[in-house]
Design a protein around this ligand. Structure first.
Ligand SMILES: [Zn+2]
Length: 269
C-alpha cells in the first residue's frame, strides 16, 4: 500500500480495464466506470485489507489473497499480461496492475464513510500497530479462549492483520510456546508479546514485507523480511536464541489448524 501511495497519491485514473468479472468473488457491477475519472485522495489499511480512497466518495477495497500483488510501472497503455486482472492508467501515464494467478484476492467498492461496515471487515479486532493495542486489550481478547495461542493470534477478531509468518516470529521473540493455551497469555506474557508483535510487523513493513513465493512490492521489488525470519521455514536449523543448550533441539515444526508452526521447544514456554 505504501508503494502504491507514493506513486498514486493525487493522480487521476484516466482508464480502468477489468480483464475478468471475478476474483475470489464477483467484482461489483460498473467497477471500471466508477474508477474511471476518479482522483486518488488517500489510502488506508485495515488488517490485511487496504482502501484506495477516491474522489466521488468511493473507496476501492483490495485484498491480495494468496498470490496477488499490485504493481506500478510506466507503461500505462501496454497490452495486459497473464493474470493481470485489473489495469488502471493514471493521468501521467503510469500503469497500476492487480495481478493474481490464484485469484484468492478481492476487489470491491465501498463508500469511504462506511469502510468499516464492509462485510469482510465486520468483527475485525484492533490494529496491532496502533497505540490502543496494549497487553490489557490483548489479554481481554484472549480471556476464556481454549485454543492454542498460535490459532488465537491468527483469528482476525482477536487482532487484525497477523498472518502465519508473523505469528510464528512474534511468538518466538516473546518466548511463548505456540501450543500454550490462549487464555493463559495474560499479565507478564501478554506484556512481552504485544511489543514483539508490533516490532515484528514494523520491521517487516520497513523492508517491504516477506516474499515467500509471489509477493512483490508495488515497485516490483521483492520484500526482504524473509531474510530476517528467525523460525519460519527453518525446521531443522539451529535456533539462534539458545544454540547448543540442553533442551534446544533447533527449530521444530508442528501443524496447528492445518498451518505450519515453527518454534523452539526450549525457549518458548
Ligand atoms: Zn532454542
Amino acid at each position: 500500500m505504501r508503494g502504491l501511495a507514493a506513486r498514486l497519491q493525487g493522480r487521476v485514473l484516466r482508464r480502468a480495464v477489468l480483464n475478468r468479472p471475478d476474483l475470489r468473488w464477483p467484482m461489483p457491477a460498473g467497477l471500471a466506470a466508477r474508477l474511471t475519472g476518479a482522483r486518488v485522495q488517500g489510502f488506508r489499511r485495515r488488517g490485511k485489507y487496504f482502501f484506495v480512497r477516491l474522489s466521488g466518495g468511493d473507496s476501492l477495497l483490495v485484498h491480495l489473497g494468496m498470490s496477488g500483488r499490485m504493481t506500478v510501472s510506466p507503461d500505462g497503455l501496454a497490452a495486459p499480461t497473464l493474470h493481470e486482472h485489473m489495469v488502471l492508467t493514471t493521468d501521467d501515464g503510469w500503469r497500476v496492475s492487480f495481478v493474481d494467478p490464484r485469484r484468492f484476492g478481492c476487489l470491491d467498492l465501498v463508500a469511504t464513510d462506511a469502510e468499516d461496515a464492509h462485510r469482510l471487515l465486520a468483527g475485525m479486532g484492533p490494529e496491532p500497530l496502533e497505540d490502543g493495542f496494549t497487553a490489557a486489550v490483548l489479554s481481554a481478547a484472549l480471556a476464556g479462549r481454549r485454543t492454542p495461542i498460535k490459532a488465537a493470534l491468527l483469528d482476525q477478531g482477536v487482532v487484525a492483520g497477523l498472518g502465519n509468518i508473523y505469528v510464528c516470529e512474534a511468538l518466538f521473540r516473546a518466548r511463548i510456546s505456540p501450543k500454550r493455551l490462549a487464555a493463559s497469555v495474560a499479565g507478564a506474557r501478554a506484556a512481552r508479546l504485544v511489543p514483539q508483535i508490533k516490532a515484528t510487523l514494523a520491521e517487516a513493513i520497513a523492508v517491504g514485507g516477506s516474499s515467500l513465493r509471489d509477493y512483490r512490492q508495488a515497485s516490483g521489488e521483492l520484500g526482504y523480511f524473509q531474510h530476517a525470519w528467525k523460525v519460519y521455514g527453518r525446521e531443522g536449523e539451529p535456533c539462534e536464541a539458545c544454540p547448543g543448550l540442553p533442551g534446544c533441539a533447533g527449530i521444530r515444526r508442528l501443524v496447528q489448524s492445518g498451518r505450519s508452526t515453527f518454534y523452539c521447544g526450549r525457549l518458548q514456554r
